[in-house]
Design a binder for this molecule. Structure first.
Ligand SMILES: Cc1cc2nc3c(=O)[nH]c(=O)nc-3n(C[C@H](O)[C@H](O)[C@H](O)COP(=O)(O)OP(=O)(O)OC[C@H]3O[C@@H](n4cnc5c(N)ncnc54)[C@H](O)[C@@H]3O)c2cc1C
Length: 391
């Protein structure tokens, strides 16, 4: 009987890992299967554009049936358990055997766990972006506040990026003077986690655009009655529209399984070979491992992790060993309203040398041409995630 590689999650990490693995292994003797709960892959960076009406959901999404084109077996279903000793995953009550398992299930949103969250809107998934779109479209005047509920959330720069996009949106509508925009965030300065090279220009752009920042604000609860965000020390920020990242948590099938979870409950992994510490035949990549390895949640990290893992999986199955070293670079192509901005950061030192405060970052420029980079990458992602010319 041939071997089977099972990939859980068809997102930025899992989708690409499956495509690369498929290309590296013989089709007749190795089956590559991808299991995904929703049966589709979204280009998540464009949720901001969906929320502002610049994209329709179908333009930034593709269905996993397209995997079949490249000889990958797509399965729509939710993985509820992993048994590393038996080498099985449970999907809709059925056990599926694997020889190698790659886990890239991203995160679980847990809005019910946050006091008052029902009063907030967000753009961290497609359905919520569509609800926010309706709200923003009808917003004529008042105060919009962007905040986050947990230290980790997908795409660390996006609260400030969205503030600049909203500024542009209301300018274009001619009602910017009636709308105030605030970012209330736990960081000591806008994008402080990337160091002054990135934080300084972002702070300047926000100030130029009359966007208020409340730094060091750790949101504790949302009071819908008085329309206030309430911080951990009791400080308050008034809002008319609260856009707040929901709590990001590990999936239950991971956090409740000590065979594959780190002590923090997130998926166990490491930046050398992305294997779990207890089981050599299980790899973990993407957002699900971000808190375990000390990186933020970004598709670009998942992408390069998929490259490395695909080469290692091919080595496991074929018996050869020619790993692609992990590329620790993160690129952020941000839409900042009137212009685009690309920031380049290498996290190697930050990940390997203790007490390194920031990644090595540089700004690649902010102009209208850079704005096209987001759109170009969106098309590239959707064309390649299921095995296009590059993957
Ligand atoms: C608004 C926004 C803007 C962003 N902007 C950027 C950006 O500019 N640059 C950047 O690099 N990153 C950005 N990101 C982050 C990026 O999209 C994620 O980091 C990336 O998608 C993570 O990839 P992943 O494979 O770990 O998880 P995901 O892409 O989330 O994929 C996880 C998949 O697993 C499936 N799944 C979950 N649980 C199960 C289960 N139990 N069984 C089966 N399937 C399951 C899900 O259906 C999903 O398809 C942004 C994200 C958002 C929300």
């Amino acid at each position: 009987m041939g071997k089977r590689v099972v990939v859980v999650g068809a997102g930025a990490g899992g989708g690409l890992a499956a495509s690369r693995i498929r290309k590296l292994l013989p089709v007749d003797s190795v089956e590559v299967m991808v299991i995904d709960k929703y049966g589709r892959t979204d280009f998540q960076p464009s949720y901001t554009l969906v929320a502002l009406g610049n994209r329709q959901p179908h333009q930034i999404s593709t269905g996993i049936e397209n995997f079949a084109r490249t000889g990958i077996k797509p399965v729509r279903g939710e993985v509820t358990a992993v048994d590393p000793k038996e080498r099985t995953v449970t999907v809709s009550g059925q056990k599926i055997q694997y020889d190698v398992l790659v886990l890239s299930p991203g995160v679980k949103f847990d809005p019910a766990s946050f006091p008052g969250y029902e009063n907030a809107y967000h753009f961290w998934d497609m359905e919520s972006a569509m609800k926010l779109r309706e709200k923003v479209a009808g917003f004529r005047s008042g105060k919009i506040v962007i905040s986050v509920t947990t230290q980790v959330y997908k795409c660390p720069p996006v609260p400030w990026e969205m503030a600049l996009m909203l500024d542009d949106y209301f300018r274009m509508k001619g009602i910017r003077r009636n709308v105030s925009i605030t970012v209330a965030h736990w960081a000591p300065r806008p994008m402080a986690m990337f160091g002054p090279v990135i934080s300084d220009p972002m702070t300047e752009w926000l100030s130029e655009r009359n966007i208020e920042v409340v730094n060091g604000f750790r949101l504790a609860r949302i009071d819908g009655g008085s329309r206030k965000l309430i911080g951990e020390s009791g400080e308050t920020v008034d809002y008319d529209l609260a856009i707040v990242a929901p709590p990001h948590r590990p999936h239950d099938f991971i956090s409740q399984n000590p065979d594959i979870a780190s002590p923090n409950g997130w998926l166990d992994s490491n930046i050398r070979d992305f294997r779990t510490s207890k089981f050599d035949d299980i790899y973990g990549i993407g957002d699900a491992i971000a808190p375990s390895i000390g990186l933020g949640m970004a598709g670009v990290f998942a992408h390069f992790q998929a490259d490395t893992v695909a080469s290692l999986v091919a080595g496991d199955i074929l018996g050869s060993y020619s790993p692609v070293p992990y590329n620790t670079v993160g690129l952020c192509a941000a839409d900042t309203g009137d212009a685009g901005w690309i920031a380049y950061c290498d996290f190697r030192k930050k990940l390997t040398v203790p007490n390194t405060p920031f990644p090595d970052c540089r700004s690649m420029g902010r102009n209208r041409l850079m704005k096209m980079a987001h759109a170009i990458y969106e098309k590239y992602f959707l064309a390649n995630i299921y095995g296009g010319w590059y993957s």
